[in-house]
Design a protein around this ligand. Structure first.
Ligand code: 5RP
Length: 232
């Protein structure tokens, strides 16, 4: 039986076909994005000329290891294409991201790109977003007040939620590359992703959240029966 990791690799390799010489690329984070970066590294070793902006320290380390030249958004503020995984996506290409805690840089990189292609195995495509807990990146200062404000925003949207502060495997508070905390918000089913997004960004302690709306232009979905493309 084909594993979910093999399907992630198939999606990543299919997206590689959209990479053209000279492109400035946003490099996503996570196991699916890692397959893309390894594939890109092989093409670079064969002579492809591209540069990438990594969306996490882990991605930067892998890109260096496999020989993908890196730049920054200071040097290169506009990118051609970002390729990244997702924790969930719906048929309108609305995403939940941040399972790996890289959502802030992932969103900055995606927003700086002309196109974003999502790479995923078929289990990530859902009818309604929210079975995967929504990661919300928050400032450490005032974290109790921020958590309370998120709960109030959910009540106003008639949206039941359970909020959990993310911990590392060792049980210490998880800290993002930007030095912030993550609150995982379990909604079960997000009734109105656009309204939730607006309500969350209006809370001062919220740095960013993992709903990516209007950013992805296409998605490659790999299932055991084959690859399919979703286009916005
Ligand atoms: C990291 C992310 C990842 O793209 C998301 O968690 C999917 O991960 P994977 O490809 O390992 O399933 O948003 O912040």
């Amino acid at each position: 039986m084909i594993t979910s990791d093999e399907l992630k690799k198939q999606a990543a390799l299919a997206a590689l076909e959209k990479v053209e010489p000279g492109m400035k690329l946003g490099l996503g984070s996570g196991s699916t994005a890692n397959h893309f970066i390894r594939g890109l590294g092989a093409l670079v070793r064969d002579g492809l000329s591209v540069v990438g902006v990594p969306s996490s320290e882990r991605t930067a380390a892998l890109a260096r290891e496999v020989g993908v030249p890196l730049t920054t958004l200071e040097e290169t503020p506009r990118l051609d294409l970002t390729i990244d995984g997702a924790d969930e996506l719906d048929s309108r290409l609305r995403l939940i991201k941040g399972g790996g805690g890289a959502l802030l840089r992932e969103k900055i990189v995606a927003a700086a790109s002309g196109q974003m292609i999502v790479i995923a195995d078929g289990t990530k495509l859902v009818e309604t977003l929210g079975a995967f807990p929504l990661p919300i990146e928050v400032n450490h200062f005032g974290i109790g007040a921020t958590i309370a404000a998120i709960a109030v925003a959910a009540v106003r949207l008639d949206q039941p939620v359970t909020l959990t502060r993310r911990l590392t495997a060792e049980g210490t508070p998880f800290v993002t590359d930007g030095g912030h905390a993550i609150i995982d918000a379990s909604f079960g089913r997000i009734r109105d992703p656009e309204a939730l997004s607006l309500a969350l960004v209006a809370i001062p302690g919220v740095v960013e959240h993992g709903l990516f709306i209007g950013l992805a232009s296409a998605a490659v979905i790999a299932r055991p029966e084959g690859i399919s493309w979703l286009v916005a």
